[in-house]
Design a protein around this ligand. Structure first.
Ligand code: HEM
Length: 413
C-alpha cells in the first residue's frame, strides 16, 4: 500500500511558514497519522497519534545517529551528545543522566531555586519594570550551575551563551553563527573545568553533573572524552535556562486566564495541572526526528532504511482525537488524563531509560511549579500593556514582549 504523500517538489518553505502546525495540518487533511513529504530535498515520513509515537520510540525500528541536521548539532546539541547515540552507547549515557535525577538531588534543586527567586525578587522591588524571560534566565543559570557543581565565572556572559544555544538553531545569518560561536566558547569553559576535576584541582560537589559526568565510564570502562563531558554538562545547563520560555508562557497564561490564577491563589486549582497545561498548550519543540533503522512494514506501509522520520510533538499535544477541545487552555483536563507515554509529549515520549525521552522532564516540571507558585503566591506585579502574541512558526516561540512586569512587590510568606 502506498503512503499518503504530499504532491510537489519540496515542502521546506511550508514547514517554515506553518511551523508547529505543519504536520498536524497534513495529518488532518490526509486523515492519517502517517504521511510522506519532502524536506530539504529529501524524502521524510511524518508520524503522529499515539500509535505513531509508540512506533517512533521502538529502538528496533528507528535510530538517532545521523538524523539531526547539522545546524542543530552545531548549536543546540553539540557533537557526541546523548541525543545522537543508539543502542548500548545510548543506554549507558542515558543512565548517567538519570543517575543525577534522584529525589534527594531534585529536592536540592528546589531549595536552590526557591532561595534564588527570593534573593532576585528583592532586587526587582527596586526597579520600575523587568522582562521576565530575561530575568528568569539569570535565576536559572545561577541555580543550574550551583546544582551541577559548576563555578560560574561571569554570570551575564555565560547566561547569554546559553540563550544563544537555544535561540539560534533555526535562526539565519549572524544570529545562527552567534549560536555556533557560543557553543565553542561554552564548551571550552566547561572542558577546562572537567580537566580541573580530573586532575584534582577542582572539588565539584559529589552529586552534581560536572563531577558525575567527569568520572563516568562508558560501556568499555573508559572515561568520556573531555569535550563530550562538556557537551553533556551543557545538556544540563542549557535546557534549565531554556525553562525561561515556559516561565514566560506560564506568566502569559496567568495573565490571560485570570480565573485560573484566582483558583491557584485560593488553592482550588492545582499548580501541577496548570504547569502540565502550559507544557501541553504552548509551542516549544515542533517535532523530534530519527532515521529508519532497517526496512520494515507498518499498517501496510513500507518504511525504507535510512528514511528521515519526524514525530509530531506539538501535534500530539493538540490532536483532537487525543484531547477534548485541544485549543482551549483548561488545566483540569489533567484530572482524568490516563498518563499515556505517547499522547502528552512536549518533551518526547516513551521511556526515560531505554528511549530518548527528555532526561530533564521532572526538572522542568519542578522548576515550573516553584516558579508559578512564586508568581502567584509570593509576588504582586502589574503586567504592562505589551505584545502578548506569539508565533506559531518561529522557533523557539515565546510571547513577543517576553513578559514585561512592573511594580513588583514581594508578599509575606
Ligand atoms: C525547557 C523545557 C524542555 C523541553 C521542552 C525539552 C524537550 C526535549 C525534547 C523534545 C527532547 C527529545 C526527545 C526525543 O527526541 O525523543 C529532549 C531530550 C533531552 N532533554 Fe529536554 N527538554 C526540556 C528541558 C530539559 C532539561 C531541564 C534538561 C536537563 C536538566 C533536559 C535534558 C535533555 C536531555 C539530556 C535530552 C536527551 C535525551 C536522550 O536523547 O536520551 N531537557 N528534551
Amino acid at each position: 500500500m502506498s503512503m499518503p504523500k504530499e504532491e510537489g517538489l519540496d515542502h521546506s518553505l511550508a514547514f517554515l511558514k506553518e511551523g508547529y502546525e505543519f504536520i498536524l495540518h497534513r495529518r488532518k487533511s490526509f486523515q492519517s497519522n502517517v504521511f510522506e513529504t519532502t524536506l530539504l530535498g529529501k524524502k521524510a515520513i511524518c508520524l503522529g497519534g499515539k500509535e505513531g509515537a509508540a512506533l517512533f520510540y521502538d529502538p528496533d525500528k528507528f535510530i538517532r545517529g545521523g538524523a539531526a541536521p547539522n545546524r542543530l548539532v552545531k548549536t543546540l546539541f553539540g557533537e557526541g551528545g546523548v541525543q545522537t547515540l543508539d543502542g548500548e552507547q545510548h543506554r549507558n549515557r542515558k543512565a548517567m543522566f538519570m543517575s543525577i535525577m534522584t529525589k534527594t538531588h531534585l529536592q536540592q534543586l528546589d531549595k536552590l531555586l526557591e532561595s534564588e527567586w527570593e534573593k532576585t525578587s528583592e532586587q526587582w522591588e527596586k526597579i520600575d519594570q523587568l522582562t521576565l524571560y530575561e530575568e528568569s534566565q539569570k535565576i536559572l543559570m545561577k541555580v543550574a550551575c550551583d546544582w551541577a557543581g559548576v563555578p560560574l565565572d561571569d554570570a551575564n556572559k555565560r547566561t547569554e551563551q546559553m540563550r544563544c544555544l537555544f535561540e539560534s538553531p533555526a535562526a539565519v545569518g549572524p544570529a545562527h553563527w552567534k549560536g555556533r560561536t557560543s557553543r565553542s566558547k561554552a564548551e571550552d569553559w566547561i572542558a577546562g573545568l572537567v580537566e580541573q576535576v580530573r586532575n584534582g584541582n577542582l572539588h565539584a560537589t559529589k552529586e552534581g553533573a560536572l563531577r558525575v559526568f567527569s568520572e563516568h565510564r562508558d560501556s568499555d570502562g573508559k572515561l568520556l572524552p573531555v569535550r563530550v563531558v562538556a557537551v553533556e554538562v551543557l545538556n544540563i545547563l542549557r535546557p534549565i535556562v531554556a525553562i525561561s520560555i515556559y516561565i514566560a508562557f506560564a506568566a502569559l497564561a496567568l495573565h490571560q486566564f485570570p480565573g485560573e490564577r484566582e483558583r491557584l491563589k485560593k488553592g482550588d486549582g492545582s499548580i501541577r495541572r496548570f504547569v502540565q497545561e502550559v507544557r501541553r498548550f504552548y509551542p516549544f519543540f515542533p517535532a523530534t526526528m530519527a532515521k529508519v533503522k532497517q526496512d520494515f512494514e507498518w499498517e501496510g506501509y513500507q518504511f525504507k532504511e535510512g528514511t528521515l522520520t519526524l514525530l509530531d510533538l506539538y501535534g500530539n499535544n493538540h490532536d483532537p482525537h487525543l484531547w477534548e477541545q485541544p485549543d482551549l487552555f483548561r488545566p483540569d483536563r489533567f484530572l482524568d488524563w490516563k498518563e499515556s507515554p505517547f499522547d502528552f509529549i512536549p518533551q518526547g515520549g516513551g521511556d526515560f531509560d531505554m528511549g530518548h525521552r527528555c532526561a530533564g522532564e521532572w526538572v522542568t516540571i519542578q522548576v515550573m511549579e516553584v516558579s508559578v507558585d512564586f508568581l502567584v503566591n509570593r509576588l504582586q506585579y502589574n503586567v504592562s500593556e505589551q505584545d502578548y502574541s506569539y508565533s506559531h512558526s518561529s522557533m523557539p516561540s515565546m510571547p513577543k514582549s517576553q513578559m514585561i512586569l512592573s511594580d513588583v512587590q514581594k508578599t509575606s510568606n
